[in-house]
Design a protein around this ligand. Structure first.
Ligand SMILES: [Mg+2]
Length: 218
């Protein structure tokens, strides 16, 4: 591993309090692998993605159409899938150092049903905003990874600023970021995330909780 990556890994694991507070779910490695390999994970994600699309469709046409509609997406385990890397590197159950190493490889594949929501929204002129707990320090790698995974075209990317230091919960940062989006005149129709902390705190008409059997972030 390059020195730069080690520095970033340490940054990720330590300097971001919510990531430092991330913990395993208690599920065994075998249990996690079975959940993915059985297709249960994909089915659960697709079910939520389909619901989000149906709501976006409803709010982007006819009399109920929102004027400046927006979609909010979390990144890790919502838009990008770190499971293949964690599986390959024996990072299951959740281990922070392995996980951080996977993130900074910037090679995570898209979570297909969510990529489909992303494209569905763009086609309907719904402004997409990624709001992630990843630190601002890895903006470029994150943009590269999103592009390679198929998240192309126009969107905003909000990463965690270094100033967001003292909070163990992601809720103040993430809900604050959504509030900023709405202050710009957007109406957030849907918000997709794999953690309750992606979704709590308001500023979205609908929230869609995706499964995460690997870790929990407060
Ligand atoms: Mg996530």
């Amino acid at each position: 591993m390059k020195i730069g990556l080690i520095v970033i890994t340490v940054l990720l694991a330590l300097a971001v309090p919510a990531l430092a507070a991330t913990s395993p779910t208690g599920k065994s490695a075998a249990g996690i692998r079975a959940y993915y390999s059985s297709g249960d994970w994909n089915r659960a994600v697709k079910q939520q993605a389909d619901k989000a699309k149906a709501y976006i469709a409803k709010r982007t046409k006819g009399k109920r159409a929102a004027k400046k509609p927006a979609l909010v997406l979390d990144i890790d385990e919502t838009s990008l899938n770190n499971y293949p890397c964690l599986d390959r590197k024996d990072g299951l159950p959740y281990q922070p150092a392995v996980y951080a190493g996977c993130v900074v490889e910037f090679k995570a594949p898209a979570i297909k049903p969510v990529l489909s929501v992303f494209k569905f929204a763009q086609k309907r002129h719904v402004h997409v905003v990624f709001i992630t707990g990843r630190p601002e320090a890895i903006r470029d790698g994150t943009l590269d990874n999103l592009k390679a995974a198929g998240f192309k075209g126009k969107y905003d990317l909000v990463l965690q600023p270094p100033s967001h230091g003292g909070d163990a919960s992601m809720v103040p940062y993430k809900s604050g970021a959504r509030r900023q989006v709405q202050k710009r005149g957007y109406k957030i129709l849907a918000n997709l995330g794999d953690q309750r902390s992606d979704l709590n705190g308001g500023y979205s008409e609908r929230t869609y909780k995706l499964p995460n059997v690997i870790y929990r972030t407060p």
